[in-house]
Design a protein around this ligand. Structure first.
Ligand SMILES: [Mn+2]
Length: 322
């Protein structure tokens, strides 16, 4: 039903704007590309926006249709967000988005504060691309090999190539259909999961040296000057913390990054028994059970202690099966 309504809304519109989240990942980029493709199939004018730069990691995809210019929201009779859990992640587009009278929110995040006039949220899905895949199937518009590749990118990126705990059998089923439709999975798997840049390799070595460990919590604190010195960008942090959580004896891992003086963003990961979305909620954030983020303000020592303590509390809850 929801899908029918959603497709009707798209068909009734003329000019559509699609929005993704800051620090766009493969799921966000895949979702945007597929929704834009669908809108074009219906002969709509469609523009895509993210208030951020796209990581070099995704450069091989040549997605140069996504803009970060200011938006005149009056120009669009329909706006759509994909893979965006929080208003904050829309950046400068946030106010315009929530003020618009005709908005669709398509997403798979559980903890969320962004809602549109129509919401299609399925938090049982590992990726937003799986939801978009279903929408496209219902639309009867043929998924070409390029879009199949981008939808595969989203599923693979959000499931860590089908190894994260959010992976469902349906993720595999959809991926299998995308293979059939000609998805270039080898291109995605190589560039996203196999290739390591020299820079990442060097930075990983440096970070390993400043890593700390307290009773199952493994973490790194990144100062602003270190980030600058090493040309380290925020997209690199996710990759690093994904590895950190899988180092033996780790239950929860995080990277705390100095954004400005006395403001730190935190990027959390956990093993299956531990819920870091709850940890993130204590720090103005949210996300998934196994991957979440937030922000903490104050003196570095106090921030560090506060985050470590919440992680230790979460470990206690998880170990006691609460
Ligand atoms: Mn996602």
């Amino acid at each position: 039903m929801k899908i029918k309504l959603l497709l009707k809304k798209i068909k009734q519109s003329k000019n559509v704007a699609v929005f993704g989240h800051q620090s766009p990942d493969g799921d966000c980029l895949g979702s945007i590309s597929a929704i834009c493709f669908l809108c074009k199939k219906y002969n709509k004018n469609v523009d895509a926006y993210i208030d951020d730069v796209i990581s070099k990691k995704y450069e091989f995809l040549n997605l140069n249709n996504i803009q970060n210019e200011n938006v005149d929201f009056n120009k669009y009779d329909l706006i759509i967000s994909v893979d965006v859990a929080s208003l904050k992640l829309l950046g400068k587009y946030g106010n315009g988005f929530i003020s618009h009278k005709n908005s669709i929110v398509i997403d798979h995040h559980y903890n969320r504060d962004l809602l549109g006039t129509i919401n299609y949220i399925d938090n049982k899905k590992a990726s937003c691309c799986e939801i978009i895949y279903e929408i496209m199937k219902d639309s009867k518009q043929k998924i070409n090999s390029h879009i199949a590749t981008l939808l595969y990118l989203g599923i693979a990126d959000d499931t860590g190539c089908f190894v994260h705990d959010n992976t469902e059998y349906t993720s595999h089923l959809i991926a299998s259909d995308l293979f059939k439709l000609g998805a270039n999975y080898k291109l995605i798997n190589y560039n996203i999961f196999k290739l390591t840049t020299q820079k990442t390799f060097d930075i990983t070595n440096k970070l390993n040296n400043i890593m700390k460990f307290v009773d199952g919590v493994r973490y790194v604190i990144l100062k602003m000057d270190f980030m600058k010195e090493n040309d380290f960008i925020k997209q690199d942090i996710g990759d690093y913390v994904n590895k950190l959580v899988n180092l033996e004896n780790t239950k929860i891992a995080f990277v705390m990054t100095e954004k400005q003086k006395s403001v730190y963003s935190i990027n959390l990961r956990s093993l299956i028994n531990y819920d870091v979305s709850k940890v993130a909620q204590n720090f103005n954030g949210g996300g998934h059970r196994q991957a979440a983020g937030g922000e903490v303000r104050g003196k570095l020592d106090d921030c560090e202690k506060a985050v470590v303590n919440e992680c230790l509390y979460s470990i206690k809850l998880g170990d006691n099966n609460v």
